[in-house]
Design a protein around this ligand. Structure first.
Ligand code: GLV
Ligand code: MN
Ligand code: MN
Length: 399
């Protein structure tokens, strides 16, 4: 390799301005936008500078290969963000993958199988609502026919967004060359802080669902409509948000309403419609089904009292994932006794595991645990420990 790679700080500095809001300091890296094109161009440039052969599928999932053949050992993550997200969720895994390849070159390692660094599109589902859309398409968990109809908040169909980004659509099965997948990710909680460890290994991902709650009522005048004459969907929603929080707290699970659309959204009018999105996550598939059913039951009961109507639509549901136990145990040993921990966050690694790919995750300590926020953090020392751990992992798997 005659290319002299920059280190972590250099790559991180190159990425820092892309898709960043000057107002909040957070990131708006939605898929198939100008920011996304810049991120993809950055990745292709970095991969080619390392002599890696970049393969793209029809929707823009990317794998940069070192070596040819099947049963590749692939590492990577995503470059998209939630709305006003942090710098690390996703990009840390991609940057660490490129740097781990550099480390292996520096060690003089010669892989017996191809090694790939991947980027999956729309992991967050921030634009089209379906979590891990890119990896779902790459594995066939979601078909192009199902996905192409999805619409973003402006009514743009996925197929048109992909075409406008200069991509042909129709994903293909990038996953067929992947024999083993490892995703490195910033931790999105404080387990590793409590365990005083820079790096951990993933054991499982909690099941996760996103459900649209459409409450409809009667638009009316805020000043003249007697309180007892109202059919106010905002009240049905408000009680549902409180009930969801209570149900999750009682059961030791998670329930969040983080997105709301109010029609017509006027200060002096009772709304005709409130649409709210529930994000629910539990420690088992059964617990998730039971909790969402209970929240829906309470919401329906309240809507009955308010004289409003409720329709609930699941938009994205991902089952529980248990990563390969033997692999996690082996990696924890290779990494000097790293802790093995579950996560409540969704990842492309979960989709690949569900598709039958042997899969593992590494987590890098996050000092505050804050994520999906501009305040997300990781120290440079821990990020470098993550790169070293990822290089050790790839060496173990591609020996
Ligand atoms: C993705 O980060 C998710 O867990 O929603
Ligand atoms: Mn995320
Ligand atoms: Mn992520």
């Amino acid at each position: 390799m005659d290319f002299e790679p920059g280190g972590f700080e250099q790559l991180w500095a190159d990425l820092a301005p892309l898709g960043r809001s000057a107002a909040s300091g957070g990131y708006f890296r939605q898929p198939w936008t100008a920011a996304d094109s810049e991120l993809r161009a950055w990745f292709v440039e970095q991969a080619e500078a390392r002599g890696l052969a970049v393969e793209s599928d029809g929707v823009g999932n990317l794998v940069a290969w070192w070596g040819e053949g099947d049963h590749g050992v692939v590492t990577g993550s995503h470059l998209d963000s939630v709305l006003d997200g942090g710098a690390y969720d996703g990009p840390l895994g991609v940057v660490s993958g490129l740097l781990a390849v550099d480390r292996l070159h520096a060690r003089g390692f010669e892989p017996s199988r191809p090694i790939g660094v991947s980027v999956f599109v729309e992991e967050e589902g921030s634009r089209f609502g379906l979590a891990c859309l890119g990896s779902r398409l790459a594995t066939g968990a979601t078909t192009w026919e199902q996905a192409r109809q999805l619409r973003d908040r402006d009514g743009i169909a996925l197929a048109d967004a992909v075409e406008q980004a200069g991509l042909p659509g129709a994903p293909g099965r990038l996953v067929e060359k992947i024999g083993c997948f490892v995703e490195l990710h910033v931790e999105q909680g404080r387990d590793l802080v409590d365990r005083d460890a820079a790096v951990g290994v993933g054991s499982a991902i909690w099941p996760h669902g996103r459900y649209r709650f459409d409450f409809t009522g009667q638009a009316n005048h805020a000043g003249t409509t007697r309180m007892e004459d109202r059919h106010d969907p905002m009240l049905s929603y408000a009680m549902t948000a409180l009930a969801a929080n209570k149900q999750a707290r009682l059961a030791g699970q998670r329930a969040t309403f983080g997105r709301l659309e109010v029609t017509p959204n006027g200060t002096n009018a009772i709304p005709s419609r409130v649409t709210a999105w529930l994000d629910a996550r539990c420690d088992s598939d059964e617990a998730l089904v039971a909790m969402v059913a209970e929240i829906e039951r309470l919401a329906t009961e309240r809507a009955g009292r308010d004289g409003t109507q409720l329709a609930v639509t699941p938009e994205s549901v991902s089952g529980a994932v248990h990563f390969d136990d033997a692999l996690a145990t082996r990696l924890a040993e290779v990494l000097g006794g790293a802790p093995v921990i579950p996560t409540g966050a969704g990842h492309d690694a979960g989709i690949l595991a569900a598709a039958g790919v042997r899969t593992a995750m590494l987590f890098v300590r996050n000092p505050t645990g804050i994520s999906h926020s501009p305040e997300e953090q990781a120290s440079t020392a821990d990020c470098l420990a993550g790169v070293e751990a990822l290089a050790d992992t790839l060496e173990e798997l591609a020996r």
